[in-house]
Design a protein around this ligand. Structure first.
Ligand code: PHE
Length: 474
């Protein structure tokens, strides 16, 4: 007999978990540096447009599919429309690959956090600022592997405790801490002389970059929106499957998108003004978070250690709240099966095995020095070296290789098919009915219908093109 599935115990629990999944390195790392290198305000403008017309739609679609079926991706499509079960596999493959590289990023975040704890006790793990701590750490492959292991252990502890006692409880404690730390760091940066330039760059009306390279900015904003919202790999299907029947999913999806976008913007309000105040270029690329911020904190004296600790604590929290959602959805199909067999206690074993797989798949990402290759001192070859191909965006390191398979291919492709499936085959009424089954009124039916049928799939097609073109350089 089918066992009852766990649920989030409250609306706040559900929304915080969804926000926790969405808020992660994508916001704190990706948003500021992409905004920095893709035109500041112009980037923000297109990001918001994409979030409204595509992000909210895909988010709601996934949550509805999850709650309606009470299953994670594979079981959900099998139940909704058997012919499309393969779409569940597309989502699930994406989530497995993301899990592997995201946990390596988590390992880096953990190392920085531990570094600030050491600094608090008087050690100076970050050296004299000559060679960046980040470059030294990423070349120390085995240390990366060790931190990867510890990071995954943290995930195991949370996920194996279950939806309410693990995931929900972690998010309920961690998310408020994250918001408080974020605000504290924003205020601290705001009082640094010279910070104003950063705000001007972010919020000053300047659409010049759109005139110069509209497609470039749109590509960057659209890709960012997708990754940052954790959509396109069935995570919100898994979380939706744990939502209670009385949950207002329309409100939940909108709130999640708003909170996620706000955190990205606020992260920009930390990093970019800090760069302005300490003479770092906005266009510093991916190094902006781990290199520029650490350098900035080290110039702030002893207060820098405290704010550095807070800043990297919030990054670690955000990374964990995302990685547990990834692990939950990767384990989802197996957990579904265990529940169907009346053996929900298998969760712990399943999580441990999924975590082990994540560790193994993540090892190449941890060992190739994030792109420096064997010539640069990495322990294993990059995909380009291994396959003997020219170095390109997709082949310069294992992280980018996995990223290309997921962010550039499986995620947008899966989300696009999901929208088309809802728009044309299952019909948007399926979404409206499921939302209204909670006793609330669905608002904006026309808008959502048009978005599911046309706007979101076309928008996602653009994400697909944009991502592939930047990975393959066309
Ligand atoms: N949204 C998360 C972030 O911004 C990353 C993520 C992507 C999480 C995909 C789950 C799935 O960091």
């Amino acid at each position: 007999m089918e066992q009852k599935r766990e649920t989030f115990s409250s609306s706040t629990g559900f929304i915080l978990a969804a926000v926790g999944s969405a808020v992660g390195l994508g916001n704190l790392w990706g948003f500021p540096y992409k905004m920095g290198s893709s035109g500041g305000f112009a980037f923000l403008l297109l990001y918001v447009v994409m979030a409204v017309f595509v992000g909210i739609i895909v988010m709601l679609g996934e949550m509805v599919i999850g709650r309606k079926t009470g299953k994670s991706a594979i079981g959900a499509y099998r139940m909704l429309c058997k012919k499309y079960t393969w779409l569940g596999y597309v989502h699930t493959n994406a989530v497995w690959l993301i899990m592997a590289f995201y946990c390596v990023l988590g390992a880096i975040a953990l190392r920085f956090f531990v570094g600030y704890v050491q600094a608090l006790f008087g050690a100076s793990p970050f050296g004299d600022g000559g060679t960046s701590f980040y470059s030294i750490f990423k070349l120390n492959g085995w240390s990366m592997v060790l931190y990867l292991f510890v990071f995954i252990l943290i995930n195991i502890l949370i996920n194996s405790a279950g939806v309410t006692k693990g995931i929900e409880r972690f998010n309920k404690i961690a998310m408020p801490i994250l918001f408080v730390f974020l605000i504290a760091v924003v205020i601290y940066v705001a009082v640094q002389p010279g910070a104003a330039e950063g705000y001007k760059f972010m919020f000053g009306w300047n659409i010049e970059p759109l005139k110069e390279d509209f497609v470039g900015v749109l590509k960057s904003a659209a890709g960012q929106m997708f990754f940052s919202l954790s959509v396109g790999e069935g995570i919100m299907i898994a979380y939706g499957s744990y939502a209670r029947k009385e949950e207002d999913l329309q409100k939940g999806s909108i709130l999640t998108v708003i909170c996620d976008s706000l955190v990205g913007i606020v992260a920009g309000m930390v990093v970019l003004p800090a760069c302005a105040a300490f003479g770092k270029p906005f266009q510093g690329g991916p190094g902006l978070l781990f290199e520029a911020m650490q350098d900035i904190f080290s110039h702030m004296g002893s207060l820098g250690v405290i704010f550095g600790l807070m800043f990297f604590a919030l990054i670690l929290i955000a990374t964990i709240s995302s990685s547990i959602s990834i692990m939950e959805s990767a384990a989802g199909p197996f957990i579904d099966k265990a529940i169907e067999q009346g053996k929900p206690e298998k969760r712990k074993k399943i999580i441990a095995l999924v975590a082990l797989a994540c560790f193994v798949i993540g090892i190449p990402v941890a060992l190739d020095g994030i792109g420096v290759g064997t010539a640069g001192g990495a322990a294993i070859p990059t995909p380009a070296e291994l396959f003997g191909v020219e170095v390109a965006g997709w082949s310069d390191c294992w992280l980018d290789f996995y990223d290309m398979l997921t962010e550039a291919t499986l995620m947008p492709f899966g989300a696009m098919i999901m929208c088309l499936l809802i728009g044309w085959k299952l019909k948007p009424e399926m979404v409206f009915d499921e939302v209204e089954s909670s006793g609330v009124k669905f608002r904006g039916r026309k808008f959502y219908s048009i978005c599911f049928k046309f706007i979101a799939p076309i928008g996602i097609l653009f994400v697909l093109y944009g991502q592939l073109s930047s990975f393959f350089g066309f």
